[in-house]
Design a protein around this ligand. Structure first.
Ligand code: FE
Ligand code: CA
Length: 532
């Protein structure tokens, strides 16, 4: 008997197979030469508990994602360490009578039993249905949509920008409202999960605690996998994934709060005097990035190599928009001036001209894209606030672009010099909605930034924090602030981009309605945001 079969038998004897692979799988393994992959398997529990997703739409296809986990919170999802063959289908209709593409892929234990099917041969700007099958089990049906053809100018592009979904802080009702929108895609700016240990209800925390993270702060690949599994079993998040293709970025909490390049949050500074050495932090990054890739609808090109991942990439939507997904964590400098979020603007380190937020390779890649033009809208899909913010008493937050003003100036000047008409910046991270024009010092407006609020992080919130009122007074280039949870909805045509802040009035109770707050418009060919 092969060692794999023996392992399965052993699990079975101990009763650990409850909900995992059943006897049919064992039968398949009985021959002395056990197959390395299981095609015909029977599960004792539904294996598609983590839902389905699609992402990174191209004109001819999209990535389809799922991950097998009959016991979502158990190590390896409760499965033995054998590759399992999963089938997928793409159809014109949700009953799958007109199938247009199908295939098979191994869900490998090394990759957390995830499936990433890069489908091609589809029609541009077209909606499809998809599903996965393994053994007798069939997943829920997902909907997805391809991007417009390269030369086409679609009448409109409708997308959501959202992120920051702290599971403990609130229900993901905003995701349920996203699921009901009619969209081309969702841009997720990161903080898909939070790495912190579980807080028990009543225990002090920086937000309310409606439900608790399982376990301690996450460090190992199995920890990250389990945390993703806990988040992905949320029905509202699963519904949003099943409804639209997602374009994923990560921010800090997919790894470690406020990490920067090779440096952990625990950087030996004032707040964390005992530093995590970079070579040790690299191991955590490797685990975190692998789990991120496993759990997101990403292409093979984004598979991490050791502690590095190339998550910056471009998606094109015909002649209407180029979406440049940026990574503002991997190659940035450590937060300057001690790194605690608010520091004195007079700090010397802030004057360095060689500061990095993107790193040289990513920055020149982006500038190359911008120089090509080729679309009405140049959308920079990134993470932390780019707009300068004087927080009062000469304090600024150095985890944002305010921590690298020279990098921001270089970027904005680069956009201006390359004639980047109609540049729009998408931002997450701050857990508030912000709208601001970005300009070179005393110069013309170069871009408009739309900071989306959080899905749940921070709890119910309010319309206007008193401190924010003072920030708005002090920063006249900032046109809008809101401290409710939700997302921003963008509708772009060749003439204008209209942006609506969609919020939920509460997240600590379920079933919040959807409400609109600020509506803003950027007209093509006319820099600067206007009230809609
Ligand atoms: Fe966040
Ligand atoms: Ca963040």
């Amino acid at each position: 008997m092969s060692s794999t079969a023996r392992h399965i038998l052993e699990l079975h004897r101990r009763g650990a197979l409850r909900g995992a692979l059943g006897l049919a799988a064992l039968a398949a393994l009985q021959p002395a030469m056990a197959p390395r992959a299981l095609g015909q398997v029977a599960f004792r529990a539904y294996p598609f508990t983590l839902g389905v997703a699609s992402g990174d739409p191209a004109p001819d296809g999209v990535v389809l994602w799922t991950r097998l986990a009959p016991e979502p919170l158990a190590p390896m999802g409760g499965l033995p360490h054998v590759a399992i063959e999963v089938r997928w289908e793409v159809a014109e209709d949700d009953r799958f009578t007109r199938i247009v593409a199908q295939g098979r892929q191994l869900a490998r234990p090394e990759l957390g039993f995830s499936v990433h099917a890069e489908v091609s041969g589809l029609q541009p700007a077209h909606g499809y249905f998809y599903r996965f099958m393994v053994g007798r089990e069939v997943s829920r049906v997902g909907r997805t949509r391809t991007a417009p053809a390269a030369g086409a100018t679609p009448e409109r592009l409708r997308f959501v920008s959202a992120g920051c979904q702290h599971l403990e802080h609130g229900f993901f009702t905003a995701w349920r409202h996203v699921a009901a929108e009619e969209l081309d895609f969702v841009y997720h700016s990161g903080d898909y999960l939070y790495e912190y240990r579980g807080v028990q209800p009543g225990e002090p925390s920086w937000g309310p605690t409606l439900r608790s993270h399982v376990g301690d702060e996450i460090h190992t690949i199995d920890n990250y996998r389990q945390r993703y599994a806990q988040y992905k079993t949320d029905p509202d998040l699963a519904a949003a994934h099943a409804a639209h293709p997602f374009i994923m970025a990560f921010d800090d909490h997919e790894v470690d709060n406020d990490w920067a390049g090779a440096i952990s949050e625990e950087d030996g500074g004032r707040r964390f005097p005992i530093a995590v050495p970079p070579e040790v932090f690299a191991l955590r990054k490797q685990a975190a990035f692998q789990a991120w890739w496993e759990n997101m609808p990403l292409r093979r090109a984004q598979l991490p190599r050791g502690p590095e991942i190339i998550a910056y990439r471009e998606l094109r939507f015909g002649q209407l928009a180029r979406l440049h997904v940026l990574d503002t964590r991997s190659w940035r400098d450590d937060q300057p001036c001690g790194g605690s979020p608010a520091v004195q603007r007079a700090c010397d380190e802030l004057q360095r001209p060689d500061q990095q937020m993107l790193g040289q390779a990513q920055e020149s890649w982006l500038m190359g894209n911008i120089a090509e033009g080729g679309a009405t809208w140049q959308v920079l899909a990134q993470q932390v606030l780019m707009m300068p913010r004087d927080l009062g008493n000469s304090q600024i937050n150095v985890d944002k672009w305010d921590g690298a003003p020279a990098a921001r100036t270089r970027l904005l000047r680069g956009l201006a010099e390359r004639g980047a008409a109609n540049a729009v910046v998408l931002t997450g991270d701050s857990h508030n909605a912000w709208v601001a024009d970005l300009r070179l010092e005393n110069g013309p407006v170069v871009a408009t930034e739309f900071g989306a609020t959080s899905i749940s992080s921070g709890g119910d919130g309010n319309e206007m924090a008193p401190a924010a009122e003072a920030v708005l007074r002090r920063n006249p280039h900032i046109h809008f602030f809101n401290n409710r949870r939700g997302y921003s909805l963008h509708e772009a045509t060749a003439r204008r981009m209209e942006v609506t802040q969609r919020v939920v009035p509460f997240v600590t109770r379920p079933d919040a309605p959807r409400e609109d707050r600020g509506v803003f418009v950027v007209e093509a060919g006319r820099a600067g945001v206007q009230r809609g």
